[in-house]
Design a protein around this ligand. Structure first.
Ligand code: DQQ
Length: 544
C-alpha cells in the first residue's frame, strides 16, 4: 500500500477494520448515544451490508457492540441498508430500515425492528416482527430505487416518515410520505412531500429548526405554531452528484407538503459540506437539547489501497446544527465534547501580520492530529479581485481555476496543513475575497480546500472543494477552524457557515513530520489576530 498506516485517523469515528458507509439511526437512549452504520464484516470494499453498532457516553469515546441488524428474514436477506430511529410515544425506539429481498435486482422494501429488551440501555438485541416488510413499493414506484426511511414525526395520532426515490422512468428525485398509527400498517400519501429534477434522492432527512435566532435543537415532531417560529429543513443525498443538499422552508402539515422559502431553493444547492461528506443524518439529543448531524466521509485513495489498509470510510465529527439568524442557511459546529480531546498546552499566535507571499510556521506542537482555530483580519479590501461573472455561481470551478497558488488581491490566505518540512506536500484551506458583484455592496467570500499538492503519491483523487461564505466581511474579519486528523482535514469557515471535509494521504507529512503554516498569497497584508492550535488526544475508538 502507498498509504502509510499512520494515516489511519485518531479521533474520527471508525471501527477496527473493514468498510463503512452511511450513519444509521443515531439516537440517545437511557444515558447512551448510539450509532449504527452500514458495514461490511468481510472486507474493505462495499458489500454484505449489515448494521454495525457502537455506543458512547459522550459521542467521542466509542465501544463497539455486535452488529444490531443483519440479514435474517426474507425481506432483508440480501442486505440491511440505511434507515433511522424514532422514539415512539412510550419512549421505545423503533428502527425503520431498507431491506433488499431479491438477489438478482436490488428490490427494496422497508422493515421495522424493535428492541428485544427495552431496559437494556445498550439496546444490544433487535427483534424483527413477523409482519415485515411493512412498506413495499406499489403504485408504480421504482422498486430498485426506494429506500432510506427517515425518523418519523407524530401529529394527530399519526406517524409520518419519508422514503427516498426517483420517479419511474424519469429523473425527478422524490420523497414519498407514509403514514401509520402503529409502525405496522403504513399507507402512502398520494402526493410526495417534495420532488426536484435532480435524480435519485438517497437518505432524505426532514426536521424542524427553531427560527428564533437561537441554537437549541427541536425534537422531530415539533411543529410551528403561533408562539413558536419554526422552519423545516429537507436534506437529500444526490446519488448523481454525491453531495448532501438541503433547503430551508415550511412544512404544510394539512397538505403534507414542503415548500422551500426560496422558490429557486432546489436549484440553489446549499450543502452541509462542500467536500467529502455524504448520506448524513441528524438526530435530536434531549440530553443537551441540540440537533446533531452525522455524515460519512469516504476514502479518496484507490480500492486497492483500501484493501491493503484493511479499512475504508470514517464518520465526520458530529456537528451541532441550527438555523442561522438570517433564516437562509444552517450553521454547523463540532460538538463541544470534541474539545475534551484538546491537549493541555496549546500554541498560539497573536496579532501577527502575514505579508504578501509570506508564510509563518506554527511550531511547538505535533499537528498531524490537531484542532486549529484562527481569526483573521484583512486591513483593507481595496485590492480585492473582480469576480468573473461566468464563475460567480460556481464556487467549485472558481477554486479549481484559482487554487491556493494562484496569486490574488485579498487572499488566497489561510492554512497549509499536513505540510512537509520543505512544503513539497501541503493541503491548503483558505479564503479568497472578491469585489462585490454589480448591484451589491457585499464582497464575495470564497472558501476552498486545495489538496492538489497534498501528496507525492500517484493515483489519489485530489479534487479542490469550495463553497461561498455568506458573511459580511466589510469589517475585515473572518474565522477558520480546522480539525486535522492524519488523513482528514475538516474545516469550518466563518463560525460554521461553510464547511469542507477533505481526505488526503501525504507521503512525507506524516506523524511528527506534519507541519502547520499560515500563508498569504494575496497582494494585501493580512493579520492573524489570534491563532490557537491544540494537539488532539486519541479517544477510545471501538477497540483500536
Ligand atoms: N447507502 C445505502 C443505501 C443508501 C446508500 C447502502 C447511500 O441505503 O441509499 O449501503 O450511501
Amino acid at each position: 500500500s502507498i498509504v502509510d498506516s499512520q494515516l489511519r485517523t485518531g479521533y474520527h469515528f471508525q471501527p477496527l477494520k473493514n468498510w463503512i458507509n452511511d450513519p444509521n439511526a443515531p439516537m440517545y437512549y437511557k444515558g447512551w448515544y448510539h450509532l449504527f452504520y452500514q458495514y461490511n464484516p468481510k472486507g474493505a470494499v462495499w458489500g454484505n451490508i449489515v448494521w454495525a453498532h457502537s455506543v458512547s457516553r459522550d459521542l467521542i469515546n466509542w465501544v463497539s457492540l455486535k452488529p444490531a441488524i443483519e440479514p435474517s428474514i426474507k425481506s432483508d436477506k440480501y442486505g440491511c441498508w440505511s434507515g433511522s430511529a424514532t422514539m415512539t410515544l412510550d419512549g421505545t425506539p423503533a428502527i425503520m430500515y431498507t431491506g433488499v429481498n431479491r438477489p438478482d435486482v436490488n428490490y427494496q422494501v422497508q422493515n421495522v425492528a424493535f428492541p428485544k429488551n427495552k431496559s437494556d440501555p445498550l439496546l444490544q438485541e433487535w427483534d424483527k416482527p413477523g409482519h415485515n416488510p411493512v412498506i413495499v413499493p406499489e403504485g408504480g414506484i421504482n422498486a430498485t430505487q426506494f429506500r432510506d426511511p427517515t425518523t418519523a414525526w407524530h401529529a394527530d395520532g399519526h406517524w409520518r416518515l419519508l422514503v427516498g426515490s426517483v420517479v419511474t422512468g424519469g429523473s425527478r428525485g422524490v420523497a414519498y410520505v407514509y403514514r401509520s398509527r402503529d409502525f405496522r400498517l403504513w399507507t402512502r400519501v398520494r402526493r410526495p412531500l417534495h420532488s426536484a429534477p435532480t435524480g435519485m434522492w438517497e437518505c432524505p432527512d426532514f426536521y424542524p429548526v427553531t427560527a428564533d435566532g437561537r441554537q437549541h435543537g427541536l425534537d422531530t415532531s415539533v411543529m410551528a405554531n403561533d408562539k413558536r417560529p419554526v422552519k423545516h429543513v429537507l436534506k437529500n443525498s444526490l446519488d448523481l452528484r454525491r453531495y448532501d443538499y438541503y433547503t430551508v422552508g415550511t412544512y404544510d402539515r394539512e397538505a403534507e407538503r414542503f415548500v422551500p422559502d426560496d422558490p429557486a431553493g432546489d436549484e440553489h444547492h446549499l450543502r452541509y459540506d462542500y467536500g467529502n461528506f455524504y448520506a448524513s443524518k441528524t438526530f435530536y439529543d434531549p440530553a443537551k437539547r441540540r440537533r446533531i448531524l452525522w455524515g460519512w466521509a469516504n476514502e479518496s485513495d484507490t480500492a486497492v489501497d483500501d484493501v491493503a489498509k484493511g479499512w475504508a470510510g470514517i464518520q465526520a465529527i458530529p456537528r451541532k446544527v441550527w438555523l442561522d439568524p438570517s433564516g437562509k442557511q444552517l450553521v454547523q459546529w463540532p460538538i463541544e465534547e470534541v474539545e475534551s480531546l484538546r491537549g493541555k498546552r496549546p500554541v498560539s499566535l497573536k496579532d501577527r501580520v502575514v505579508r504578501p507571499g509570506e508564510h509563518v510556521e506554527v511550531t511547538g506542537l505535533q499537528t498531524a492530529q490537531a484542532d486549529v482555530e484562527v481569526s483573521f483580519e484583512v486591513p483593507s479590501l481595496e485590492g480585492a479581485e473582480a469576480l468573473d461573472e461566468a464563475l460567480a455561481y460556481d464556487a467549485q470551478k472558481l477554486c479549481s481555476v484559482r487554487g491556493a497558488d494562484v496569486k490574488g488581491g485579498v487572499g488566497p490566505f489561510g492554512l497549509w496543513v499536513l505540510a512537509s518540512a520543505k512544503l513539497e506536500e501541503r493541503t491548503a484551506v483558505f479564503f479568497r475575497v472578491f469585489r462585490a458583484a454589480r448591484g451589491s455592496n457585499k464582497p464575495v467570500v470564497l472558501m476552498c480546500t486545495d489538496p492538489t499538492k497534498s501528496s507525492r503519491n500517484p493515483n489519489l483523487y485530489q479534487p479542490t472543494f469550495a463553497g461561498f461564505v455568506d458573511t459580511d466581511i466589510t469589517n475585515g474579519k473572518i474565522s477558520l477552524r480546522s480539525l486535522i486528523d492524519r488523513s482528514v482535514v475538516e474545516s469550518f469557515g466563518a463560525g460554521g457557515k461553510t464547511c469542507i471535509l477533505s481526505r488526503v494521504y501525504p507521503s512525507l507529512a506524516i506523524g511528527k513530520n506534519a507541519h502547520l503554516y499560515v500563508f498569504n498569497n494575496g497582494k494585501a497584508d493580512i493579520k492573524v489576530t489570534q491563532l490557537t492550535a491544540w494537539e488532539m488526544k486519541k479517544p477510545l475508538m471501538n477497540g483500536a
